[in-house]
Design a protein around this ligand. Structure first.
Ligand code: SF4
Length: 252
């Protein structure tokens, strides 16, 4: 166990017999991946992810959707982990890899590529050859939620997967949290009190030598409006790399 990521009482969000927090802790990322991808603990999200996979978007009507929970991916010894909200209905819920197959992923991996963390600037499928170095990418909730809004119970049910993944990756030095939701879940999971106020570029001291770097989420709502620019995302990764000992700090 690292960083004080021990379970907190009540976190599994209720009496769901197959919730992640009731299972034996996975010994490896591969075993954890199997646990995540077979999870059916949240009835509303199971129904939604499978309905989206069955009906599909017209542009992807010839594709077979993943339609299951999504594991993290990247460099298993990375000092940096990126925590997003959840799979996109027609992005990771379609392709089976987090931030893959949607505009948010293009934005994120475009920045990682410019910063030397990703082998290519786009992420279109699980077989596209993308390799990450020094970074692991994951999400707070592993099933695509309607309107990108997991319920508090669904959020809490899924946290044990995030916790175990972050214990198995690394050793981690920096968590980059994308958006308020991921920030809140991460800080709650770490037991940080008082709860830090979210803001783009805010850096929070975590347990031990862990740092949390906050970023606006690379949703189209933020990137199309200019609220989040490429330079701002690059600066976040530059700061994360500096804190992780991977390089000089980016200009603010
Ligand atoms: S959101 Fe998490 S806990 Fe709920 S069904 Fe999906 S993988 Fe399981």
């Amino acid at each position: 166990m690292r960083f004080g990521l021990e379970p907190r009482s009540g976190e599994t969000g209720g009496p769901r017999p197959d919730a992640p927090g009731t299972r034996r802790a996975a010994d490896s990322l591969a075993e954890l991946g199997h646990q995540i991808e077979s999870c059916r603990a949240c009835p509303r999200l199971v129904a939604w992810r499978e309905e989206v996979a069955a009906t599909r978007r017209a542009a992807f009507r010839d594709e077979e959707y993943w339609g299951r929970p999504v594991s993290g991916f990247g460099d298993p010894r990375a000092p940096i982990a990126v925590v997003g909200l959840a799979p996109a209905a027609h992005g990771a819920n379609r392709t089976g890899r987090i931030f893959t197959g949607d505009r948010s992923g293009d934005w994120l991996f475009g920045s990682m590529h410019r910063m030397g963390l990703a082998s290519q600037p786009v992420s279109v499928s699980r077989s596209d050859g993308l390799r990450l170095s020094g970074v692991w990418v994951t999400a707070a909730v592993r099933c695509a939620p309607p309107a990108n809004r997991p319920s508090p119970d669904e959020r809490d049910s899924c946290v044990p997967f995030l916790r175990r993944e972050l214990e198995l990756v690394g050793p981690l030095r920096v968590l980059v949290v994308l958006g308020q939701f991921a920030c809140d879940v991460t800080c709650r999971m770490l037991g940080l009190r008082p709860r830090p106020r979210f803001g783009h570029g805010v850096i929070v001291d975590g347990p031990g030598d862990l740092s949390i770097v906050c970023s606006y989420h690379p949703s189209q709502q933020n990137t199309f409006t200019g609220k989040l620019t490429e330079a701002m995302t690059d600066a976040v990764f530059g700061q994360a790399m500096y804190l992780a000992g991977l390089g000089p700090a980016a200009d603010a």
